[in-house]
Design a protein around this ligand. Structure first.
Ligand code: SAM
Length: 203
């Protein structure tokens, strides 16, 4: 599925696989690990890339619906992380039309390094859709990138404040907001930082 935010993700796939897959789920999400449900549930991962996080969540016992609009990383993910616990879907933000068709409600929705690929209009359109897919008391986890914007992909500087405002308008209550430096040395040198945001859906 071609979406404006996917620009650049079909290229240099081998390098992306190495870069994304050498990161550890527990390191990337260290500051929100305690919030991830211990009881197996249904997780929606949006912009799942090469499948690192989907695989880790499946290993924790969750059923994972993994959405990735770019064919190349999605095919690599299915090859790298074959699991009966993961369903791969060619879909994307802001509408998530195929996910909506499933009629499911999710215990956890995750978006890691994805939200900054949407422009302001797309973000405003996407948040209500995402919120509608989370069950009462369910959780939304986002990892937001800050810093110099790359020329080879479509990216925007998105603030935690704007994201929190959009979430709160959809009854997603902020429970964590932690900014820290990148776990990747190259990114640290470039001055890239990340904010982990967590929201709980008020019933
Ligand atoms: C930086 S990668 C992150 C991949 C993965 N979440 C990770 O942490 O390794 C961003 C991903 O978002 C996907 N993406 C871009 N625009 C999107 C959209 N509108 N909806 C869903 N995913 C999108 C890209 O195809 C790409 O795989």
């Amino acid at each position: 599925m071609e979406l404006p935010g996917t620009k650049g993700y079909a290229e240099m796939l081998d390098q992306r696989i190495i870069r994304y897959e050498q990161l550890a789920f527990r390191e990337v999400h260290s500051v929100v690990l305690d919030l991830i449900p211990a009881v197996p549930g249904h997780v929606l991962e949006i912009g799942a890339g090469t499948g690192r996080d989907a695989a880790a969540l499946a290993d924790m016992g969750h059923r994972v619906t993994a959405v990735e609009p770019t064919d190349e990383p999605r095919a690599a993910a299915e090859r790298l992380h074959p699991s009966p616990q993961i369903d791969w879907i060619d879909d994307g933000l802001p509408d998530l039309a195929r996910v909506v068709e499933l009629g499911a409600q999710f215990d956890l929705v995750m978006m890691t390094a994805v939200w900054m690929h949407l422009d302001e209009k797309e973000r405003a359109r996407a948040m209500p859709r995402i919120a509608s897919l989370i069950r009462p008391q369910g959780l939304l986890l986002l990892l937001l990138r800050h810093g110099p914007l790359p020329g080879d992909r479509r990216m925007f500087d998105v603030s935690a404040e704007e994201t929190t405002g959009l979430a709160m308008a959809e009854r997603l209550f902020p429970i964590r907001n932690i900014q820290r430096e990148s776990v990747q040395e190259g990114n640290r040198r470039e001055g890239i930082t990340w904010t982990s945001l967590a929201f709980r859906k008020v019933g």
